[in-house]
Design a protein around this ligand. Structure first.
Ligand code: G3H
Length: 255
């Protein structure tokens, strides 16, 4: 059952803004758990909002996942007068190639007529490699671009689903269960009150870096992500949430 009229969706948007304490919320009709086209609608809504935010020179950092892949699919030319650089928000965090931020930034840049950079970081990364790699000049340059991003677009996932989808060691999965991990974003795992219970070791954006970004756009939908979205917003920053009716109604039920 879809809310067909815009008034209904607008009421939902206002309620979600209040519950999550987010400045702007866009709710598209439907539930992406049931229909993949709903994810594409979120992609289109994200691009429509992005168009209003771009400046003359833009560095846009993006994460991976199927939702971000749908945003890339919906990408159109944004503003012909502006310059765009797309960067992956973080290094590899165990996703399949088609869901990786590195592939998504390439697709976005090509559609916009902009540039992109890659983060060539092994995935997973050991402690010793991490220390060496962050001091490599070519990596440092990309990390600086990422940390200086004007806009961040990212997904949010259900913690255990994400851990299982990625190459997550068994001991980490056990820890996530013990600590009641509810959501994942940027390779950070949060519990329902927003505590970070685990973090994937890779380079790139850190949670605190989000404070320096002009606009953080969160794109996540499907009723199965309702709890995860609420968990992320307890701690993580998001100025605009693009979601769907399924997730929004689940967030309402949980509050
Ligand atoms: O970090 C969260 C995940 O990238 C979300 O993945 O869009 O495939 O659900 P998804």
């Amino acid at each position: 059952k879809f809310i067909g009229d815009l008034t209904g969706l607008h009421v939902l948007e206002e309620q979600i803004k209040e519950i999550l304490q987010v400045d702007r919320v866009v709710v598209v009709p439907g539930d992406s758990d049931d229909n993949t086209w709903v994810q594409k609608e979120m992609g289109k809504a994200c691009i429509a909002s992005l168009k209003k935010l771009v400046g003359k020179q833009n560095t846009i950092a993006v994460t991976g996942g199927t939702t971000m892949a749908a945003v890339a699919e919906s990408m159109t030319s944004l503003n012909k007068e502006s310059e765009f650089l797309f960067v992956p928000a973080r290094g590899g965090i165990g996703e399949k190639a088609e869901n990786q931020a590195s592939r998504i930034v390439e697709e976005m840049a090509k559609k916009v007529g902009g540039e992109y950079r890659q983060l060539y970081v092994p995935d997973p990364i050991s402690d010793t490699t991490y220390e060496t790699i962050i001091n490599e000049p070519s990596i440092m340059e990309v990390i600086q671009r990422i940390k200086g991003a004007d806009i961040v677009i990212h997904g949010v996932g259900d913690a255990l689903k994400m851990a299982e989808r990625r190459r997550t060691p068994d001991d980490v999965i056990t820890l996530l269960k013990e600590k009641n991990a509810a959501s994942e974003a940027f390779g950070y795992y949060f519990d329902q009150t927003g505590n970070v219970v685990h973090k994937v070791k890779t380079v790139g954006i850190q949670l605190e870096d989000l404070d320096n970004v002009d606009n953080v756009i969160t794109v996540a939908g499907g009723r199965s992500k309702g709890v995860a979205i609420a968990s992320y917003f307890k701690r993580g920053r998001g100025d605009l949430l693009v979601t769907d009716q399924g997730a929004a109604e689940q967030i309402l039920r949980g509050s």
